[in-house]
Design a binder for this molecule. Structure first.
Ligand SMILES: [Zn+2]
Length: 333
């Protein structure tokens, strides 16, 4: 899901949470905010002294109850994923656990997760909500839930997010986690994924499975959206700058992307024969549209989990990017 429109420019503050190793000595931590040309537009440096009396230790004594859905083969070299309940009351936790299992089977039906499944340790964190469901501002519905999530983020009706990141991490304190999948108990279509922050998806809609996997592509691997809205151009990727997402290119620096995977003789940019239905006959190339642009931004393959909900798998370039990241996390040095 993309941030689809900017109604007006304005300055606002959002809370955010960054996971860092607990420092042994005083350190300066700098956070830079960059625009779509990767220029720093705001910067904040915070000094962290481990002995600071205002650092509150939570999670050591008590933590939110959780169940292990899938243990990793080697707990020392694995990736920890936590599913977090949103909009499930205490009495609906059995339904949450069922939804976690459904999401998990969908994720691990996709390569390369399928082959590398044993490298993931997965837990389900039972954070209870007072109300069932989630907020829908466009209908005037506001709920009291564990993470205070809502539809209509940036006034986009299907953009479902939470801005309460401190609450999210407080629920998780004391549990093993590096990546977060928030499951929202609603039958309305929506979701969102933010790299290294969280993946959030509805659970009671028929497209739950492809959406949760697509959003995990964003939040876990930093994959970009391989689609455009025909009716609306979003200038997220300036055409003179190579995007950082591993599955998008403006051809400014194609060498840094998947050029090595393109078969000899394939024309770049590549045109796709729309009548070719057989995936085995598809070639890796550079196809428009992608990255919310009808022109000037290219994707690697005719279709992919990062392009449509119908395609059953990630394209070869996305698969390689995910594999590289799993290796990065789990390599034994
Ligand atoms: Zn892809």
């Amino acid at each position: 899901m993309a941030i689809v429109r900017h109604l007006q420019e304005q300055y606002q503050a959002f809370e955010n949470v960054f996971l860092v190793p607990y420092p042994k000595d005083t350190v300066d931590i700098t956070v830079d905010l960059r625009d779509n040309r990767r220029q720093i537009i705001a910067s904040l440096t915070h000094t962290v002294a481990p002995g600071d009396i205002l650092i509150r230790t939570i999670g050591a004594e008590s933590h939110t109850p959780y169940e292990t859905i899938q243990p990793a083969a080697d707990p020392e070299h694995c990736i920890h994923i936590a599913y977090v309940a949103e909009g499930y009351t205490e009495s609906q936790m059995d339904s949450f656990i069922e939804d976690c299992k459904t999401a998990n089977e969908a994720l691990f039906a996709h390569e390369p997760f399928k082959t590398l499944r044993s490298k993931f340790n997965i837990i389900a964190v039972k954070s209870p909500s007072h109300d069932s469901g989630t907020s829908e501002p466009s209908k005037g519905i506001w709920k009291n839930t564990a993470l205070h999530s809502n539809f209509d983020t940036f006034y986009s009706d299907r953009y479902l997010t939470t801005l309460h990141l401190k609450d999210l991490h407080n629920w998780l304190a004391g549990t093993p986690y590096e990546h977060i999948i928030v499951l929202v108990n609603t039958d309305k279509y929506g979701g969102g994924g933010i790299l290294n922050s969280y993946n959030l998806s509805m659970t009671k809609h028929s497209l739950f499975k492809p959406v949760v996997v697509h959003e995990f592509g964003h939040s876990f691997a930093g994959l970009g959206d391989e689609y455009a809205y025909g009716y609306e151009q979003i200038p997220m990727y300036p055409h003179d700058i190579e995007p950082w997402e591993p599955n998008l290119t403006t051809l400014v620096n194609f060498d840094s992307k998947w050029k090595d995977m393109v078969k000899k003789g394939t024309k770049i940019p590549t045109t796709f024969n729309e009548t070719e239905k057989k995936m085995e006959k598809w070639n890796i190339g550079a196809y428009e549209p992608a990255g919310y642009s009808m022109h000037g931004v290219y994707r690697p393959f005719p279709d992919c989990r990062m392009r449509t909900n119908q395609n059953p798998e990630f394209c070869p370039v996305c698969r390689r990017a995910i594999t590289r990241l799993i290796d990065f996390y789990t390599e034994k040095n």
